[in-house]
Design a protein around this ligand. Structure first.
Ligand code: PMP
Ligand code: GLN
Length: 384
């Protein structure tokens, strides 16, 4: 393994899902729903397969039907207009979109500012692109993790090329407010930075929180690459269909890298995702309401078990603080948890460069059936 990748080892998600399997534990680690997305969308995939649509290489940038549906979704929800032919790119999941964007837009030595804790692939992709990551830490406040705008500003140097933003944020569940996004946008404009914004949890915001795409802020459309995922929005994480929307030059750059990573994303699923993006608003409302109820169920269980819970405004993850349990090392806690009570979770420290900052935090995924969450809550309450 080369020096660029040596520090990364095996992703925590593979390690923890293997641990869940080998110990027969409830897997609240890796974030994937245990209920698949809508039946009619699965049927659409089967129809495409049977009709021979997409069984051979689809067009490199994605099938026109899907690119049109992505553009229509951005327009309908956010008033953002993108030309489906030149400003939309279909990728093999958001994971490939992140990789292709960073590989295409960074020069070796460029600095990338990322919100810490950060999704693990960001660090690896910045490294593969020869860039340098500059983490800006979200700090725990009473009920949520927040960005310190002065710290963000201070992190920008003459070498900064790009801001890598994620809202709703994995793993903290923070949804950036309009005020925070306005400050990020002003900084990007002032320092002439590109922005890659991972908005895969755009449909998972709860209560009063609102998802505001960074590209909608003044001066941002022209410098922003926005990333979405059918895995997250429609509960088909195994299909690996994601997308990028951005101005023409940026999409063209990302496409240059993407064509040599996978060339294209899988064909029949693209037809199905095009239909999914056209589902009526009731689908998204029900999806949100269902996840909100699951959030409340697991948050309540974790609180009763003694955790401090940061109730997330978005995503399907809850970050907890384990110090009220008399614990301080999230790694040790997560490694012992399957034995103690048959539940798997993720130590947030893996998402930090400043590991000590993340040490006492542990993430639980709540995209699971109610009965599974109830059982997990009861096991967490009575560890053996
Ligand atoms: N970004 C974030 C913040 C994620 O949580 C995930 C999924 N875990 C991804 C990107 C990757 O999405 P996909 O499965 O579409 O590749
Ligand atoms: N995004 C998912 C999570 O945060 C995992 C995706 C993966 O396994 N790479 O849990």
């Amino acid at each position: 393994l080369n020096r660029r990748l040596a520090e990364f080892g095996t992703t925590i998600f593979a390690e923890m899902s293997a641990l869940a399997l080998s110990t027969g534990s409830i897997n609240l680690g890796q974030g994937f729903p245990d209920t698949d997305g809508p039946e009619e969308i699965r049927e659409a995939a089967v129809r495409a397969l049977r009709d021979g649509r997409g069984n051979q290489y689809p067009p490199g940038p994605g099938i026109p039907e899907l690119r049109t549906a992505i553009a229509a979704h951005q327009e309908r929800r956010y008033g953002l207009t993108y030309d489906p032919d030149t400003e939309v790119l279909v990728t093999a999941g958001a994971t490939e979109a992140i990789a292709a964007a960073l590989l295409a837009l960074l020069e070796p030595g460029d600095e990338v500012i990322a919100l810490e804790p950060y999704y693990d692939s960001y660090a690896a992709c910045i490294a593969m692109a020869g860039g340098t990551r500059v983490p800006v830490t979200l700090r725990p406040h009473e009920s949520s993790f927040r960005l310190d705008l002065d710290e963000l500003r201070d992190a920008v140097t003459d070498r900064t090329r790009l801001l890598l933003i994620n809202t709703p944020h994995n793993p903290t569940g923070t949804v950036l407010t309009r005020e925070e996004l306005t400050a990020i946008a002003a900084l990007a404009v002032e320092r002439d930075l590109l922005v890659v914004t991972d908005e895969v949890y755009e449909h998972l915001v709860f209560d009063d929180a609102e998802h505001i795409p960074l590209a909608t802020l003044p001066g941002m459309r022209d410098r922003t690459v926005t990333i979405g995922s059918a895995g997250k929005s429609f509960s088909f994480t195994g299909w690996k269909v994601g997308w990028v929307t951005a101005p023409r030059e940026l999409v063209s750059a990302v496409r240059s890298a993407k064509q040599f990573l996978t060339y294209v994303a899988s064909g029949p699923f693209q037809y199905a995702v095009a239909e999914a993006l056209r589902l009526p608003e009731t689908y998204f409302e029900e999806f949100r309401a269902d996840m909100r109820a699951k959030r409340d169920l697991l948050a309540g269980g974790l609180e009763q078990a003694g955790f401090k819970v940061f109730r997330p405004a978005g995503t399907y993850f809850i970050t907890t603080d384990i110090r009220p349990l008399g614990e301080s090392d999230g790694f040790a806690f997560c490694r012992a948890l399957p034995e103690r009570c048959g539940v798997v979770a993720i130590p947030n420290a893996v998402f930090y460069d400043h590991r000590e900052q993340g040490a006492p935090f542990v993430r639980f995924a709540f995209c699971k059936r109610t009965t599974v969450l109830e059982e997990a809550a009861s096991r967490l309450k009575t560890p053996t």
